[in-house]
Design a protein around this ligand. Structure first.
Ligand SMILES: Nc1nc2c(c(=O)[nH]1)N[C@H]1C(S)=C(S)[C@@H](COP(=O)(O)OP(=O)(O)OC[C@H]3O[C@@H](n4cnc5c(=O)[nH]c(N)nc54)[C@H](O)[C@@H]3O)O[C@H]1N2
Ligand SMILES: Nc1nc2c(c(=O)[nH]1)N[C@H]1C(S)=C(S)[C@@H](COP(=O)(O)OP(=O)(O)OC[C@H]3O[C@@H](n4cnc5c(=O)[nH]c(N)nc54)[C@H](O)[C@@H]3O)O[C@H]1N2
Ligand SMILES: [Mo]
Length: 766
């Protein structure tokens, strides 16, 4: 079946603008996803593959981490899930001939979109020191090169082992085991840039860094607050759950600087009525300023405290700690300060309060809009205060719901991918495997970049992801990578991290979720954990993109045998049969007892969660902790804008599927900056004019993203928006969240400077 050739390089983008949409999904979603899928895989494969997504005998969707309902539709249909699958199951190939044709320098001039559109990687490739081109290399030799460079290090702490959240539980467990047997905790992961702030805030306050609700809880809630999240694009299946919750009587408040179409109205493509009319989702839209959430929740907390009978006193007495100190701080919250920080009107907050007081069961959902600010950790702690006040944790229909991104990012953490592992986890590893794991904390993402930059780290190994494009301060990060002795990427698709390399570089091609994984012990499956702590199996069915591909567990196992020839760990057995890995996970990680037997249930099983299961809080105080941090919000100097860097509808993080952001009315281009018409008028920038985005940060370094089309857009005042990863060049490496060290990519102070012409005016669709 013929597929269309990839489009030309969209760095040449020429955005066209229409009115933003007020509803998500519906027929256009079906049409659009099928178009992209058929371009990548042809008609027959599209049909066969999409039928397997999230089915009980199929593979876990490599899109987001939203859980599957117990009763699934034949196609638990999701436009963006379909695009993620098509991206992996594409029939296009990047072969040794491709690398012979294109030098690394040549490839480094291409956009990330172009690189991704070339197809699946088929062979292990090696870039020798001083060479201009990657060349094919055997697996033996490739792993030998890694072993050589690791052996040349002064300490294992000069190696960094990054993980992106698509890696299965089995692969992640082996990977951290290898790093720790080698002697380092340098295990940064995409979570450091993502929900780390949630993990930090929740561990401290409720004793576990995960959400406390299951899907059923959403259906029982009276009120669901969705703050800092765009589910219509990033978690489309969540809209079905919200629709169902509403049908059972829930109300929804959305808190967002942007009016996101998916939250306004959802046209469920599973039902005929949904396709036509759709359901209005949001009952109250609070168009908040960037970074205003802590102030909002703090004031709501004061108002709850002041309302006779509103506090769940019994819960507070029995289960919490720190109430008095918190209440003293909350009573000082002021209207004027809150209205300034949030940009909201008094009546809006009063309406929200009325809905809160009217609700017995409340859930707060959030994503990157809450986690990627300097004060994200105290913001999320304030959300916890809000829920604790009325006993909204540990009972049906209530709780915290951080909505994870990558499909197994939560599972990777559970498996020990963490630079600051808990001592109990290391004790369990030591007991099971008989070596002493390192105890000193390792590097997170930002520290890893600093270490590479400063020559403290020399080998960079990535299990998936696109570190160079996903990380902040692109120029600094790229220079840091170039200082490495060796950069290695286990990948499915070509990306920018393969062309911004250390002195030597390797690309190790691997199987994706959709592909059959056959080892010595027969056909294998892997497991994943969703955003709500449910673990289940994932089994690929397609033939691998190339016979040369190895699975991630096989790569780690072979690498370990090469680097640690005297290891007593049965690496070969782990490669042969993943059940042997699960037996070990069962003995090391709490909640996985009898793993192999329990994962045989196609519905999977729930991991234990103390607060959810029995109001048990494994914190330092043994109770749920109220906290009382000072309220912060970003400062905006005169004539400047606060920029958030976010996702379009046609991308998966750094993977660009296409150049449209349908719900926001933008087509054929990504270099756009959304600005409120009044702000634009004050700054003298007309709709359709071109500007450079210039970052302003205390280090005085000029950070510039050139050639963005101004789009007048109904965002909150003072708050602009533009896509990542193009704008990562503006996010300073040391502008991070307190405690979690997550890059503050949702509050970057910028000014706009006129740019003479569009950066490149050619059409992207020629
Ligand atoms: N199709 C698709 N699906 C994805 C991804 C993808 O790229 N494409 N990425 C996956 C990953 S790894 C993740 S982490 C998730 C990301 O999922 P999201 O967090 O939904 O992703 P963003 O596009 O970063 O959107 C941030 C949202 O928060 C709002 N926001 C920004 N700042 C603030 C603030 O200060 N306060 C409030 N209240 N709101 C704010 C923005 O307007 C926007 O609606 O999605 C996952 N799913
Ligand atoms: N400015 C700004 N920066 C951000 C964000 C933001 O909102 N704004 N969001 C942050 C967030 S939330 C995240 S999670 C990070 C994402 O950071 P990453 O997870 O590092 O980036 P991705 O773009 O998801 O990685 C895509 C690559 O993964 C590889 N891949 C895909 N599937 C597989 C697989 O099955 N196995 C293997 N081995 N490789 C595979 C492909 O080669 C593909 O090119 O970016 C962060 N960066
Ligand atoms: Mo993420």
């Amino acid at each position: 079946m013929a597929t269309k050739p990839p489009k030309s390089d969209p760095v040449q983008d020429a955005p066209r603008i229409a009115e933003p949409k007020h509803a998500a999904a519906g027929l256009p979603a079906v049409v659009h996803s099928l178009k992209i899928a058929q371009e990548q895989m042809g008609v027959r494969r599209t049909a066969l593959t999409l039928l397997r997504v999230n089915q009980k005998d199929g593979f876990d969707c490599p899109g987001c981490a939203w859980p599957e309902p117990a009763h699934r539709h034949t196609a638990e249909f999701c436009e963006n899930g379909a695009k993620a699958v098509a991206e992996e199951a594409t029939l296009r190939r990047v072969t040794p001939e491709f690398f012979a044709e294109h030098s690394v320098e040549d490839l480094s001039d291409k956009s990330g979109y172009w690189l991704g559109q070339q197809g699946r990687l088929t062979h292990p490739m090696y870039l020798a020191e001083g060479a201009s081109h990657y060349e094919p290399v055997s697996w033996e030799r490739a792993l030998g090169i890694v072993a050589e460079e690791i052996a040349a290090l002064d300490s294992p702490d000069e190696a960094v082992f990054y993980t992106s959240g698509r890696t299965s539980n089995e692969a992640a467990f082996l990977y951290q085991l290898f790093a720790r047997e080698l002697g380092t905790n340098n295990l940064p992961d995409c979570s450091n840039m993502c929900h780390e702030s949630s993990g930090s805030a929740l561990s401290e306050t409720i004793g576990i860094g995960k959400g406390s609700v299951l899907l059923e809880d959403l259906y029982r809630a009276d009120l669901i607050i969705v703050a800092g999240q765009n589910p219509g694009t990033n978690h489309p299946r969540m809209l079905s759950a919200l629709e169902k919750a509403k049908a059972s009587g829930a109300r929804i408040i959305s808190v967002n600087p942007l009016p996101e179409a998916g939250l306004e109205r959802f046209k469920n493509p599973q039902t005929p009525q949904g396709m036509i009319r759709g359901a209005a989702l949001t009952d109250l839209f609070l168009q908040i300023r960037l970074g205003g959430d802590q102030a909002l929740f703090r004031l709501l907390n004061r108002l709850v405290l002041e309302t006779e009978g509103a506090v769940d006193e019994e819960f507070v007495r029995e289960h919490t700690h720190g109430y008095e100190e918190f209440a003293d701080a909350a009573r000082k919250a002021e209207w004027d300060e809150t209205l300034a920080a949030t940009g909201l009107a008094r009546e809006e907050i009063e309406r929200a309060l009325a809905m809160v007081l009217d609700s017995q069961r409340i859930i707060v959902c959030w994503a990157m809009g809450l986690t990627q600010h300097k004060h994200s950790v105290p913001t999320i702690r304030e959300v916890v205060n809000f829920l604790l006040l009325r006993g909204n944790i540990g009972r049906p229909g209530a709780g915290v719901c951080p909505v994870r991104g990558h499909s197994n990012v939560q599972g990777d953490r559970t498996m020990g991918i963490f630079e600051r592992p808990a001592p109990a986890f290391l004790d369990a590893l030591e007991k099971e495997f008989g070596f002493a794991p390192p105890r000193a904390h390792g590097f997170d993402v930002v520290r890893a970049i600093q270490a590479l930059r400063d020559g403290e780290a020399k080998v960079f190994f990535a299990m998936g992801g696109n570190f160079v494009s996903a990380s902040p301060d692109t120029e600094v990060t790229e220079a840091a990578m170039r200082r490495a002795r060796l950069t290695v990427h286990v990948s499915t698709k070509l990306n920018r991290s393969h062309v911004v390399t250390g002195a030597r570089a390797l690309i190790l091609p691997t199987l994706g979720r959709t592909e059959r994984d056959v080892q010595g012990g027969g056909e294998q499956f892997v497991t994943v954990e969703d955003s709500m702590g449910m673990v289940h199996a994932s089994r690929g069915r397609l033939a691998p993109a190339s016979p040369q591909l190895l699975s991630e567990p096989a790569i780690v196992s072979r690498l370990a045998r090469r680097v640690l020839p005297d290891s007593a760990v049965p690496w070969e057995e782990f490669e042969r049969d993943y059940a042997a890995i699960r037996d070990r996970i069962a003995r090391v990680v709490p909640g996985f007892e009898d793993f192999n037997a329990r994962v045989a249930d196609p519905a999977g099983f729930a991991l234990p969660h103390g607060p959810r299961d029995g109001r048990r809080f494994a914190t330092a105080t043994g109770k749920a902790n109220f906290t009382a941090a000072p309220v912060e919000h970003p400062e905006l100097p005169e004539g400047r804008l606060l920029l958030q860097t976010l996702r379009s509808h046609d991308q998966y993080n750094t993977t660009i599927y296409g150049l449209d952001d349908r719900y926001r009315g933008i087509t054929d281009g990504r270099r756009v900056v959304l600005v409120h018409p009044e702000d634009a008028r004050e700054l003298g920038v007309a709709d359709g004019s071109y500007v450079d985005l210039v970052g302003e940060w205390r280090d005085g370094v000029e950070r510039r993203a050139p050639g963005f089309r101004v789009v007048h857009y109904p965002t909150a005042r003072g708050c602009a928006a533009s896509y990542y990863p193009e704008t990562n060049v503006l996010v300073p490496l040391d502008a991070t969240a307190d405690t979690s060290n997550t890059p503050a990519s949702k509050s970057v102070v910028i000014r706009l400077e006129a740019a003479a012409t569009p950066r490149l005016e050619q059409s992207a669709t020629d």
